[in-house]
Ligand binder design. Sequence first.
Ligand code: SF4
Length: 281
Amino acid sequence: MAWNGKSKTFDPSSKEPFKVSRSKIDLFTECPRCAYLDIRLGVKRPSGPSFTLNNAVDELLKREFDIHRAKATVHPLLKSYGLDAVPFDDPRMEEWRDALRRGIGYLHAPTNLFVRGGIDDVWVNPKGELIIVDYKATSKKEGPKSEDDLYPSYKRQMEIYQWLFRKNNFKVSPIGYFVYVNGNSDAEAFDGKLEFATELIPYKGDDSWIDGAIVKLKETLMSEAIPPVGTAFGGGLCDFCTYREAAGKVLQAIHGTKKEVPKPVKVEKKKLTSHDTPLFG
Ligand code: SF4
């Protein structure tokens, strides 16, 4: 688990557009408190190890679809699902795929937030509508089969990409696709290979929530009040906060017994207030 430390934080007094990735909007939707800690105060939630096998699958799928992009041919997977579409051939594809530095972006004028995200792929149908595509890799006994098996965050991810392309004046199909590959762990032996079953899962996106979420995010970032935790964890705390609270209580108890004076915390910004219950009661 890597600690990411500080990153560029939101400054309420700045007139410059502020960049937010689609994952920060998702974080805000999940837990406004964590988004505030991250974007406004520069404290990121610890991230887990990177999914290198998933990244390798993504990369290979991209190359595979790029072969069909160059030839304007329908990928056999799409043929098997009766989907008439080819990979969209546009010189900006590499830029749109660059999730870390570029991606596709849009300046949301009412908030001055520049929203950006990196896509896996875009296809185009005979009507000229773009189809947003996301690759997912997993290894489960029963792989996902329909949109009911998709995580809510995957659906929001698709909807933000569709929104971004619409805002960039593209005609976008309401149906996006997840290319879902499921590694088979039931084989007799590893034998130097892992076999995957591939499913194409359609999802009809609804981006009507996005403008409101961006406005709410901006309001939250402008405020001095730290928002409460979200409801994404059944009304409780996620594992990170649960750990932080438990560790804090133990450390406070030890400090209390030894009558140690806690070291002062360096406060860089204005004093903040919280309108919810303190985490370390
Ligand atoms: S519950 Fe705590 S650690 Fe978890 S997402 Fe919210 S603020 Fe972050």
